[in-house]
Design a binder for this molecule. Structure first.
Ligand code: GLN
Length: 560
């Protein structure tokens, strides 16, 4: 089958679940037996999402091949239960940069290089490459922002041109919002009519409208949208808010026949009997009843007067996947590290949790609060999982309080510390010095060899694993013996070869050749595991991550 492209644009306002709509549609098509992938296009000029503050743009997700991308890509992976690659992510910045770089290399053979066709061609070529390389039957293309914005016009234009070139192979979906203002008490369709008008100006007629609202669309409203927006009433899909998990959305979409409608419109038949693997998983989620309370100690919560849980999206989802797989209902609470700095008595609240997570992070703010929280859970035997910065700060805490190295710190926060237990990775020194910060961290998949007596080894049930990374600092091997002597276990390392020998000198050039520390544990503790990598990026609802499963098991009173 020749690849079909489904472009998905947003109408009226952002934040109404366009990413989840793309993910759910992808899942439905996969369950019909097709090979499906998804692409995210972000209209901003950042070359990737890596340089953005998560409170500004949500979590930075990392793929196996080291792309720092938008959190929606995480949803694609979680719904499709498949890897998404660097090729599947682009921003205006990246697209323009490639075209300009090519122009500087005489790649346009003397032509005048223009936004149209050269930028739109670049976008189209990138989409075609995804289709070909990944042998996709369907490529879903999510266009960031909402229609009518200057920024994403070029991407809509690409879609329009592709539809013209490949009749019958391209569809447009509009995910639009239908408000129900309190003072009127009635669902309004006009904003969506305007959104469709904006699409029409771009030369595009939506094939399907996904109607997001607090309530389902009734027949009157469906008919109105059909007439004013120029599409069959069957192509107006109702997508009301609901209390359940986002993973129920594909099931709900199917109630309105979204998948069948897409196939009908493209004139293709389902490839196999619809798989019910997903539906069974959703049933399982609904039956999870007994609560498990998990506290997440972080700092990227605030945006003005609102709380933004999106900064830690993959962590939250990973907790949920693991909890549901054990028939537990996850109750997640945000704990602000800065509160522990202001008033250490607040630390007592940690007693109320079955498990605590310190997730990834950067910089100084909230660090002492996180260290205090780690000390508290270590001393009070509360199940703990540290992720990236969470591992680094667990090492700082242990060095200070269990090894008596009072001045211990990470060089990220205190470059002058006399005890840099967390130090800059040798190959990062030059990046930091020359301010080459974009896309230059240790990114993506690296192997990790587990230590046989470790809890992690038991949980993974294998000795060689591969996980995703995003960091510039690492545990300083100079202190490894001291940490081990006081009861910390190095549970996993990444083998490094230097001049043919395994390991490399410690960062300050002293001590034996050692490998990069990837996991630490405290065997004395009920569950104290911390990783230099980000296990949350590989957790999926159909395949929960073993370390999160370990945390939830321990938090539920199971001995591991
Ligand atoms: N700031 C730390 C580093 O760069 C940890 C990064 C993270 O938590 N992702 O090494």
């Amino acid at each position: 089958m020749e690849t079909k492209f489904i472009f998905v644009a947003g109408g009226v306002m952002s934040g109404i679940g366009k990413g989840v709509t793309v993910s759910s549609t992808a899942r439905i098509l996969k369950d019909y037996g097709f090979r499906v992938t998804a692409v995210k296009i972000d209209p901003y000029l950042n070359v990737d999402a890596g340089t953005m503050n998560p409170t500004e743009h949500g979590e930075v997700f990392v793929t196996d091949d080291g792309c720092e991308c938008d959190q929606d890509v995480g949803n694609y992976e979680r719904f499709l239960d498949e890897n998404i690659y660097k090729d599947n992510y682009m921003t205006s910045g990246l697209v323009y940069k490639s075209v300009i770089d090519r122009e500087r290399n005489l790649g346009y053979a003397g032509k005048c290089v223009q936004i149209i066709p050269h930028i739109t061609d670049e976008v189209e070529n990138r989409l075609m490459k995804v289709a070909k390389k990944q042998k996709a039957d369907f490529v879903l293309v999510e266009i960031g922002g909402t229609v009518g914005e200057y920024e994403n016009l070029l991407f809509l234009e690409t879609g329009r041109i592709m539809k013209l070139k490949m009749p019958g192979h391209v569809l447009f979906l509009l995910v639009s919002y239908f408000p129900i203002p309190d003072m009127i008490g009635e669902m309004k369709t006009k904003p969506t009519q305007h959104a469709v008008r904006a699409l029409n100006y771009a030369g595009i007629q939506p094939d399907i409208i996904i109607a997001r609202s607090t309530q389902p669309l009734d027949e009157i409203r469906k008919n109105k949208v059909s007439i004013f927006c120029n599409l069959d009433v069957k192509d107006v899909i109702s997508a009301p808010d609901f209390k359940g998990s986002i993973y129920e959305i594909p099931v709900n979409f199917e109630k309105d026949n979204l998948g069948k409608r897409i196939l009908e419109k493209l004139g293709i038949k389902s490839r196999s009997k619809k798989s019910n693997k997903w539906d069974l998983m959703v049933k399982n989620i609904k039956s999870a009843a007994k609560p498990v309370k998990i506290g997440i100690v972080g700092k990227y919560f605030g945006t003005g007067d609102f709380t933004l849980a999106d900064s830690y999206l993959s962590v939250i989802e990973a907790v949920k996947h693991a909890a549901w797989s054990l028939k537990r209902k996850p109750e997640i609470t945000w704990l602000s590290a800065e509160n522990y700095e202001k008033d250490p008595a607040v630390l007592e609240e940690l007693k109320n949790f079955d498990g605590v997570i310190v997730p990834g992070g950067f910089g100084k703010r909230g660090v002492e609060g996180k260290i205090a929280a780690i000390k508290y859970v270590r001393e009070n035997n509360i199940p703990f999982l540290g992720l990236c910065y969470g591992l680094q700060l667990a090492v700082v805490e242990f060095a200070r309080n269990a090894c008596g190295l009072e001045d211990a710190h990470t060089s990220e926060v205190n470059p002058d510390t006399s005890r840099p237990v967390i130090c800059t990775m040798p190959d990062q020194l030059v990046n930091i010095k020359e301010k080459r910060m974009g896309g230059s961290m240790r990114l993506g998949e690296y192997k990790c060899k587990l230590t046989p007596q470790a809890t992690s080894y038991k949980l993974y049930a294998k000795s060689l694993i591969s996980e995703r990374h995003r960091h510039r600092y690492e545990v300083n091997n100079h202190y490894r013996l001291k940490l081990e002597k006081e009861g910390m276990l190095v549970a996993g390392t990444h083998p490094i070869r230097t001049n043919g020998r395994l390991g490399r000198p410690t960062s300050n050039g002293t001590g034996p050749q050692k490998n990069l520390i990837e996991i630490i544990e405290i065997p004395e503790h009920k569950f104290f595991v911390a990783t230099q990598f980000h296990p949350e990026f590989k957790s999926r609802p159909l395949t929960p991550h073993p370390l999160f499963v370990g945390l939830i098991k321990s938090a539920s009173g199971v001995k591991i």
